[in-house]
Ligand binder design. Structure first.
Ligand code: IMP
Ligand code: MG
Length: 188
């Protein structure tokens, strides 16, 4: 089933386009330049949080010029709905040790911050030399959560969004933009 063809379809399945493909790519370029400066003399292991961060990692890493390796973790915090369960479980662990390494965690979105605060403590406990966080999107609640996020793509309103890696019941990850879901999609 074709879910969208171009931006003018956004009014049907989706309520509103929040971040266009061009806006996201431009912002990633700005942050990549910051990361290049901040990690100029270090080598960094980028840890993507599956599956949502796949798009961000792929796009951000191609804009970096520093020495990096890539690893992945999968954790579950949300069930199949739109509310956080607060329970974090490792579904896939890292392939390599982070002991003594400078870690940059890449997240798709921070909502309650529960997932991330758990993840950061977990990585510090493994003896990482430093742990910083980049998130493509951040919701308002995350700003009060007890976790320091060094790089933020966009602060967005407290609405459920899909696209650019983010899903609703595993759908819509492939959209190149970020949109709010029309209520009729999840209210029936
Ligand atoms: P947190 O623990 O509440 O910060 O939620 C983190 C995870 O919940 C993210 O990595 C996403 O997988 C998921 N999530 C939070 N908000 C949204 C959203 O608006 N759309 C899709 N997934 C979301
Ligand atoms: Mg999800």
């Amino acid at each position: 089933m074709i879910i969208w063809v171009d931006a003018k379809d956004v009014g049907t399945a989706f309520k509103e386009m929040l971040i266009s493909e061009a806006q996201m790519q431009a912002r990633l370029g700005e942050i990549a330049a910051e990361i290049d400066r901040d990690y100029r003399d270090k080598n960094v292991v980028v840890i993507g949080v599956l599956k949502g961060a796949v798009m961000v990692v792929a796009d951000l890493l191609r804009k970096l010029h520093i020495d990096t390796t890539m690893d992945w973790m999968a954790v579950s915090s949300y069930g199949s709905g739109t509310k956080s369960s607060g329970v974090v479980r490792i579904l896939k662990d890292l392939d390599n040790s982070v002991t003594g390494r400078h870690v940059l965690v890449i997240e798709d979105i921070i909502d309650s911050g529960l997932t991330l605060s758990w993840l950061v403590s977990n990585l510090k406990a493994r003896g990482a030399a430093s742990v910083e966080v980049f998130t493509a999107l951040r919701k308002p609640e995350a700003q009060v959560a007890d976790v320091h996020v060094k790089y933020v793509g966009f602060d967005i309103p407290n609405e459920f969004v899909v696209g650019y890696g983010l899903d609703y019941n595993e759908k819509y990850r492939n959209l190149p933009f970020v949109a709010t879901l029309a209520p009729h999609v999840y209210e029936n």
